[in-house]
Design a protein. Sequence first.
Length: 197
Amino acid sequence: MLTLYHAAPSRSSRIITLMDEMGVLDKITVKRVTIPRRDGSGQRDPSNPHPEGKVPLLDHDGTLIFETGAIMLYLLELFPSTLAPKVGDPDRGAFLTWMYWYGSVMEPVLIHKALDITHPGLASTFRDHDAVIARIHAALEKGPWLLGNTYSAADLLVHSPYEWFAEMLPDDPLIKDWVARCAARPANLRTKTLDAA
Ligand SMILES: N[C@@H](CCC(=O)N[C@@H](CS)C(=O)NCC(=O)O)C(=O)O
């Protein structure tokens, strides 16, 4: 049995969109929990087994999986689809690179930028937002998706902060159009409607 601990809207919304994109929403139970929000609302939910009270968290028959990228890769293995190139596919390496780069580089860089934090050590470790933009732009030049012709979970994950925080969106038509394409996907729109309900 698969249970997703979800707070609407949040990083866990992306897991619901992924399940919807794969056509397997009926295979997962969504358990809504509360989390502390930046505006002071919400609170840690004692029913959430995540060790830090965060979302998303996936419970698969008692095994707990957390971190968005790990949950996505786990579900993509359980439910093979066009959302991830299979092992042996020439695009598999690029796909894994995007999935790990998102959590290890892109999100930290965006958080540093949003908090206006700079330090030579951060720049030498993560580079900066210009480097993030350049990397996405270079992929989309061969687009329309990060892996070329096929929309994948990498697009779902990597575009998401720009959809949520439009002020971070660079003035780059290639990237703006890609974010709009990702945001307009029916599964993404359905998650937004569910989250709003
Ligand atoms: N790196 C984690 C971050 C998870 C995370 O920070 N989630 C936020 C929601 S967007 C949360 O649960 N915040 C509540 C808290 O920090 O207590 C992931 O991507 O899964």
